[in-house]
Design a protein around this ligand. Structure first.
Ligand code: C2E
Ligand code: MG
Ligand code: MG
Ligand code: MG
Length: 292
């Protein structure tokens, strides 16, 4: 009796696993088609300066418009894409489309740059530098208006190769940002040894800075370090005015978060950028107020 009960449990377990695997494979196949069909689209989140009270750039964030499931966030499909070379195709499609969509707005002076997340697996693909250089040339996109965001988590796997690729990008004039700095296993040796232009402070600091004096002390130390190493700083995840003001008083003037704007599709970010130019003004929370 106990034997058959055991067997039925195993059968159920197998069924669940098989179903999961099947839906996973199903999703991967769908994702592959979506990438090929151009259904993965960049949404854009504004990055603002509380000093000049203007938009300086945007970060492109991948969104999947799925016919039945609706909008799918990258937390679900980026890890799946990263399991295979699909992430290279997805990443390349993102870069291509961002350059094409942002070029007119950059040329007209509505913003300085677009920042795009580059997966470590994509960075490791042999032709990545050549591919991106070709995309820039195709759209006559100024390399100085492109920023690539990398995360430190997986760079350890082949540090020398990563360093070499990043140096190539910088030689082309592309800026490199280290994303989510201070989260997880941050190593100070990374920011000393990697060819970087920008550090993006992880959003956990913005979350804690109002309540926690230690978070504020660490942010001040990161700002000092960045100044000494001649790196720019961007603070992420700013949701409240008090967070924006505190970060500004720590010397973090360039900020990104829901307070200033959520990631939005091309037509909305275009409206946002045009409206910002019209309003102007010296009020540092001008962008925040527009949203509140
Ligand atoms: P990330 O690069 O650190 O991007 C910032 C994430 O924080 C975005 O989530 C953004 O929507 C969210 N965010 C922005 N402001 C706030 C805020 O004020 N509060 C909170 N709680 N969240 C905020 P999203 O769009 O879901 O993207 C998640 C991650 O997926 C990204 O984190 C990035 O690592 C990855 N990702 C997104 N698009 C791409 C892509 O095209 N390629 C690659 N390789 N990775 C991507
Ligand atoms: Mg990012
Ligand atoms: Mg980030
Ligand atoms: Mg990230």
């Amino acid at each position: 009796r106990s034997k058959s009960a055991g067997r039925s449990t195993w059968t159920e377990f197998d069924d669940t696993m098989a179903a999961e695997l099947e839906s996973r494979q199903g999703l991967e196949a769908e994702l592959r088609n979506a990438v090929a069909a151009g259904e993965i689209e960049p949404w854009y989140q504004p990055i603002i300066s509380t000093q000049s009270n203007s938009v300086v750039g945007v970060e492109a964030l991948a969104r999947w418009q799925h016919a039945e499931r609706g909008l799918i966030l990258p937390g679900l499909f980026i890890p799946l894409a990263e399991e295979s070379s699909l992430i290279v195709e997805l990443g390349q499609a993102m870069i291509d489309r961002c350059c094409r969509e942002m070029y007119p707005l950059i040329r007209e002076g509505h913003l300085d740059y677009v920042s795009i997340n580059l997966s470590t697996r994509h960075l490791r693909s042999p032709s990545v530098v050549e591919q991106i250089a070709r995309t820039l040339a195709r759209y006559r996109f100024p390399p100085s208006a492109l920023q690539l965001e990398i995360t430190e988590s997986l760079l350890l796997i082949d540090f020398d190769q990563a360093e070499e690729r990043l140096s190539h990008f910088r030689a082309l004039g592309i800026r490199i940002a280290l994303d989510d700095f201070g989260a997880g296993y941050s190593s100070l040796s990374y920011i000393r040894r990697l060819p970087l232009d920008v550090i993006k402070i992880d959003r956990s600091f913005a979350r804690d800075i109002s309540a926690d004096r230690q978070a504020e002390a660490v942010v001040k130390a990161i700002v000092q370090l960045a100044q000494a190493l001649e790196l720019h700083i961007v603070a992420e995840g700013i949701e409240t005015e008090s967070q924006a003001l505190r970060l500004t008083s720590c010397g973090c003037f360039v900020q990104q978060g829901y307070l200033f704007g959520q990631p939005m599709p091309l037509n909305e970010i275009t409206q946002y950028l045009l409206a910002g130019d019209l309003e102007g003004g010296a009020n540092p929370t001008h962008f925040a107020q527009r949203v509140l």
